[in-house]
Structures are given as C-alpha cells and as structure tokens.
Design a protein around this ligand. Structure first.
Ligand code: F6R
Length: 608
C-alpha cells in the first residue's frame, strides 16, 4: 500500500506533510519520510518506525520550505529500515521521489543502471525511479517523469520533485490511487481524500494513466501521451469520522470494496510475460518441489478457511496429498512430517501464536516452511524459509475480508508455481488458468456492483437467530468462511457444513423459514447440491443461493439468488465469497452492531 503526500503553497510544508502522513498511516507505518524545497536546496529526512520517530528527528533538525513530498511505508521491496524509507533520491540528490505500489521490471532497470555505473543506496524499487527521472532530466520535470514512467512497468503512483525547479511537483497514477486537493492558493497531493480533507473539500481525482503537474501557476492534468485533460472538481461533504474510513460507514465495508485493488497488488509482477509464475520471496531448493509427497496447511479462523481452499486446489492441480489443519490442533498432534513435506502457514498478521507454534513444529521436523502472510517483518515471515506476501495493505476491521481474498489469490499463484516445477499442467489448461487469474480483479469488481441486491436479501435474515451455510468441495470451503463472517459480526448463530452432511443430523434444526445459504458453483457436484436444497426446502427453509450469472437452473430451486460473474469453477471462491461478506455486513449493520470491533474478539490473537 504506502501513503503519499505532496504540498505546494504559501505555508510551511513540513507540518502539513506530517499531518497528512499521520492520516495515511493506516496504509502502512514501518517507516516515513519527507523531502522539502526551500527555494534553493532540496532536503530529505526519513526514519524507520512509526511517524513519531520522524517527527522527533524533525524537531531537532527542521526542514524549512513551502513545498514538499512525503511518504509512509508498507514494505514490499526491502525490509523496513532508514535506508529503505522514502523519499529516494538519485545519488546527487537532484531528484526526490515517493512511490506507492510496485515497479515490476525494477530488477532489469536496476541492472541496466548499474551497468552504466549507477550506485544504489537502498533495496527498493523506488530508487530506480529516482535514477531514471534524473537520467531523463533536461530542465523539464514533467517530461523527465513521463519518459521515466514509460520505462517502468507496474501498478503504482509516484510523486517527484527536482532541485532545479523550485515550486514544481509532478505526479503520476498508474492504477494506485492519487488525488489533488485544491485549496485557496495552495495544492495538495495525497493517496486519498481524507488525508487533506481538513484543508480543502475540493478535489481532482486523477485517473489511471494520467500525470498531474503542480506549480505556483496552478495544476493541470494530462495523459501519458501529453493530451490535456479537463477534470471537474469533486466537492466532498463527508464528516470527520466518515473521512477516516474513506467515506464508508465502516472499515469492513471499505476493505470489502478495496478487494479488486488488493487482488491486483497480490498478482502484480508475479505473472511473467510468457505466462509463468515468478514468486518474489520464494526460492525452493533443487529437488524439493519435484519430490514433494505431502503438503500441510496450517492456520486459524479465516486464514484456515483460506487453507481449506488451498487443500482443494493443491490436490486437484498438483495431485499432492494436502492436509489443512487448525494450527491449535496441529501443534499438539504428532503430525507426519518428513524432509519431503512442505508446510504452508497462513496468517494475515503473521503473529497468531498457534500458527507460529504449528509452523515451527513443522520446521523442526524437517519440513520446508512457506509463509503466506500480509505483514512484512512479522514473526511468521521471519521464521519461514520462504514468504509470499499477500500485499492486501493494512486490515483494520477485525472481521477479515481483503486479507482472506488475497490469501486465496496467493494460493492460486503458489499452485501454479508448484505445478510448473512439477510439470503438472497441460499447456492450454495452464494458459487458461493464468488468463482467468489475471482477470480476477475485474470479476471481483463486478461482484461488488451487486451490493444493493445483497443488501435487499440481507433484510430477510435480520430477525433470525440461526442460519446454515452449505456447499460441496470448494463451495463448502467458502460456506465455512461465509458462516464465520455472519456469526462474528451479526451475532446470529451460524453453522456451515458440506451439503451432504445436513441429513446426518443438522436437518433436524431446519424448520419453517430457517435461512439456508447454499454456495452452488461447482458443476461436477451441482445436481448433488441441488438435492440438498430440496431437502431443506421440503422442511420450509428460506434458501439463498450464490451462483454464477449464467446459471439458468438455480432460480427453480432457491428463493433468492445472489449472482456472481462467471469464472472457471476452480477460481470461484475468489468471487463467491464477495456476496457472503456483503451479506454478513448488511445483516450486522441492520442489527446495529459494532461491526469493526465485534464483542470478545481481537485483530491479532497472540496468546494460545
Ligand atoms: C475472522 C478473523 C480471524 C483470523 C484469525 C487468524 O474474521 O479475522 O478468524 O483469521 O484470528 O488471524 P491471522 O490471519 O492474523 O493469523
């Protein structure tokens, strides 16, 4: 994620930049920095750790000037440290850059620059941009940034300043969000509106592929190919609390709607041009993957439910026996683990005590340990042999949504990477899966567009005290997560089980009007799940099905259908979970609960 800021106006830039960064800290807070121009020189201050460290540093050594840029970091390339904190400059300090997102071809660019004699001071992809802008600079910052951006691939936003052009700031949006706040004789740049909402209520939202040029004469937007863009100002009337949540009533809803962008980040740079998977942070030794005879997946709660999806897809795609185990169970079992076992530990926080214990048990017994986690620098990421970061950005709501969805995307990438090494794929199947994976963010977006329909269905759940979720195979894994979301924030008792299991006991609880949610996306077991719908319908259940938009059958069986866009069956969890997250959200909201902090729960469970 990362948060970026810029200021140009008559006031002192430093306090405005620091205040904006404080409001952007939710996007990352492992280090922070600013660069300020005083009309003659361009100075940089940066520090590892929370913003307060930088503030302390600036108290002792202030940076004076009326325009500047700032950054609060969520590490992707290189660990949190002073040297990896932004802004980055070229070695002569002529160009300063802050950046959010990933420069996918940074290794190739860095090698090219090193071959020409460039020296680098950090491990980041951002520093490459500072070098490129300096290399392209011939007196016009806008043109230098344009040429640099043409050489840099990826999903990102960046802001640049030059020592040579006091009073000018240039920014670019390539997918990652960016807005210009337009005040009275002053201008702001920020990753989101709330960061500067107390300075102005007028905003120009920068679109993908656009550049913005700020100078004392004003601001203008143009496309990368130089076409001027007229942009109407957006007048924002959110109150302070709404602003912190980006205008959403709760962080949970905000995070649900961030999922297309989060999935884009998870995929970014990990599928190469030839369609193979290249995972940063994963370096399996020769022979390990080829000789793998078992995979353990260990996690808790929502992360465990992501593990259930992992089990299904690893077994289906790789034909390697895979066990998904609750970490609190696995740590006290005597799991069968050998040197040809791989263990995948999944954790948003990377700090869940049970998951760390199970992961380390597996490692002690000789398993290769792979972490799938959201938090760079977390204990799990440090304990593991290999790490795949989900890059969902900070998740504030206790009920996990975007972290779960990006765990799923991470597992598909892992399955592909493992399968490529094991020669498990037919070329056309592989190409089809990769193509579908690339399109997932758009499909997630389409699923979110049906929010209003989900909200209507949610009304039917409000007065109930028991709800059941069913499905088969991958649909069962999603039903488990949908059920957990429902119970943890709505406080309605909810149970999930494989559709075939109902008749072995739980059916006794289904009476007139009992809500039963059926996930129905797997064509190979479709008819079998429809039989389970008949069983509950015969007892008077109110059935809500989650099904593909092109399913012409389902409406004959279910009372309500929550439609999802068509994706290959194997990828369905990534979209079928979306209406279930929204359903839980709307039910809890209608019941008036504290959605972001449900009773008795905590975001990170660091006790056993
Ligand atoms: C539920 C939820 C929890 C966590 C669980 C593990 O919405 O968020 O069930 O998934 O506590 O947490 P992490 O993923 O941090 O290990």
């Amino acid at each position: 994620m990362c948060g970026i800021m810029g200021y140009l106006g008559p006031k002192a830039a430093t306090p405005i930049l620091l205040d904006g960064l404080r409001r952007l800290e939710y996007r990352g807070y492992d280090s922070a920095g600013i660069a300020v121009h005083d009309g003659t020189s361009l100075s940089v201050a940066k520090a590892e750790g929370k913003l307060d460290r930088l503030v302390g540093q600036l108290d002792v050594q202030p940076l004076v000037g009326s325009y500047g840029i700032g950054h609060t970091r969520w590490a992707t390339h290189g660990p949190p440290s002073d040297r990896n904190a932004h802004p980055h400059t070229n070695p002569d300090g002529e160009v300063a850059v802050v950046h959010n997102g990933i420069i996918e071809n940074f290794t190739a660019l860095k090698e090219e620059l090193i071959a020409k004699g460039a020296a680098f001071a950090s491990d980041t992809d951002t520093e490459v941009i500072a070098h490129l802008v300096a290399e392209e600079y011939d007196g016009d910052l806008l043109e230098a940034v344009r040429r640099a951006v043409r050489r840099a691939e990826g999903a990102y936003a960046l802001v640049a300043m030059s020592k040579e052009e006091p009073g000018r700031i240039v920014a670019v949006r390539m997918i990652s969000p960016l807005v210009v706040g337009v005040g009275d004789g002053e201008m702001f740049l920020a990753s989101d509106i709330p960061a500067v909402l107390h300075h102005t209520r007028s905003f120009a939202v920068i679109d993908n592929g656009e550049m913005v040029d700020l100078s004392p004469d004003g601001w203008h937007i143009e496309t990368l190919d130089g076409t001027a863009v007229e942009r109407d100002l957006l007048e924002v009337d959110w109150d302070a609390e709404q602003a912190e949540r980006g205008g959403y009533p709760h962080f949970m809803l905000k995070e649900i709607f961030e999922q297309p962008a989060a999935a884009t980040e998870t995929l970014s740079g990990r599928i190469t041009e030839d369609g193979t998977v290249d995972l940063d942070g994963v370096d399996w030794p020769e022979g390990l993957v080829e000789n793998l005879d078992r995979i353990w997946i260990t996690a808790c709660g929502t992360a465990f439910h992501a593990g259930l999806v992992g089990k299904e897809i690893f077994e289906r795609l790789l034909r390697v026996p895979t066990e998904a185990a609750y970490a609190h169970e696995m740590r006290y079992r005597d799991p069968i683990i050998t040197g040809t076992t791989m263990t995948l530990a999944i954790s948003q926080s990377g700090e869940t005590a049970d998951t760390l214990a199970a992961a380390n048990l597996a490692k002690e017994r000789g398993s290769r340990l792979l972490a799938l986690t959201n938090v760079v620098g977390s204990t799990l990421s440090r304990d593991a042999d290999d790490v795949l970061f989900t890059r969902a950005g900070p998740e504030i709501s206790v009920a996990s949504t975007k972290a779960y969805l990006t765990m799923l995307v991470g597992e598909y990438l892992l399955a592909l990477a493992l399968g490529e090494r094991r020669g498990a794929f037919d070329a056309s199947d592989h190409a089809e899966l990769v193509e579908a994976l690339r399109h997932l963010p758009v499909k997630i977006e389409e699923a979110l567009e049906r929010d209003a329909e989900v909200a209507e269905v949610a009304d039917r759940f409000i007065g109930h005290e028991d709800v059941y979720f069913i499905g088969r195979g991958l649909d069962n894994a999603v039903a488990m997560e949908g059920s957990l979301k429902m119970k943890e924030i709505s406080y309605i008792h909810s149970e999930a089980m494989p559709a075939g299991e109902l008749k072995h006991g739980t059916l006794a609880l289904v009476t007139e009007g009992t809500p039963v949610v059926v996930v129905l996306t797997q064509s190979d077991v479709y008819d079998k799940t429809v039989s389970a719908i008949q069983e509950v319908k015969a007892r008077g259940a109110f059935v809500v099905a989650v099904a593909f938009e092109d399913d012409g059958e389902v409406a004959k069986h279910a009372d309500e259908v929550l439609r999802i866009p068509r994706v290959p069956d194997i990828l369905s969890p990534v979209v079928s979970i979306v209406p279930l997250q929204l359903l839980a959200y709307h039910v809890a909201s209608a019941r008036g609960h504290d959605i972001d902090q449900p009773r008795n729960l905590a975001k990170s469970v660091t006790v056993e």
